[in-house]
Design a binder for this molecule. Structure first.
Ligand SMILES: [Fe+2]
Ligand SMILES: [Fe+2]
Length: 184
């Protein structure tokens, strides 16, 4: 699909505000990719698709995930987590994205995981630090994002896991494994 058509398609699938977030993540991811010798095109594709399933109806998302034999453990956790694997499925099935690394960057942009690829880290970090993100501690994360990717990722996942623990909500195993991996 031509980039112009993709942009149009994305715009139709989400409110304007979320679409602007997607564009900011894309710019942030492209700049991280150029800093760290990753493909700028891959970063752009992964970032553009990362939230494509964000506004699907939960039931529709659940059916899609079940049809693709996704881990049923997902359904025991907050539906906020579902849009990441659902987005990877949509990118592949509806838009023909076939590069595994791009699909994984979409799939793990919410939870993270152990042993992330460079592209996976770039999308995770870009999503969390894009310029309009505004939460306590984001400025420190932006500073980390100027340095080595693994250190930025460690700071981001520590922030996420700490935040979830502070709210006393369950933490998905991939995020715990991600945290353990990066602090080791
Ligand atoms: Fe997301
Ligand atoms: Fe996002």
């Amino acid at each position: 699909m031509e980039p112009a058509n993709l942009i149009q398609e994305l715009q139709q699938r989400m409110p304007q505000q979320r679409f602007q977030h997607v564009l900011r993540v894309t710019e942030t991811a492209k700049s991280l990719a150029s800093m760290h010798g990753e493909s700028i095109e891959a970063a752009e594709t992964a970032a553009l698709f990362h939230d494509i399933a964000k506004f699907m109806e939960p039931e529709e998302m659940r059916e899609l995930l079940i049809a693709h034999q996704e881990n049923p453990l997902l359904f025991e956790f907050h539906k906020e987590l579902w849009h990441a694997p659902a987005g990877a499925i949509i990118a592949r099935e509806e838009f023909g994205v076939d590069r595994e690394d791009i699909l994984n960057a979409i799939r793990f942009h919410t939870t993270g995981r152990a042993n992330m690829s460079k592209l996976e880290m770039i999308i995770y970090i870009a999503d969390m630090t894009e310029p309009a993100r505004n939460f306590p501690g984001v400025d420190e994360l932006r500073l980390y994002a100027e340095g080595p990717l693994d250190q930025a990722m460690r700071a981001c996942i520590t922030h996420t896991v700490t935040h979830l623990i502070g709210k006393q909500v369950p933490v998905y195993p991939d995020s715990i494994e991600c945290y353990n991996y990066f602090v080791k």
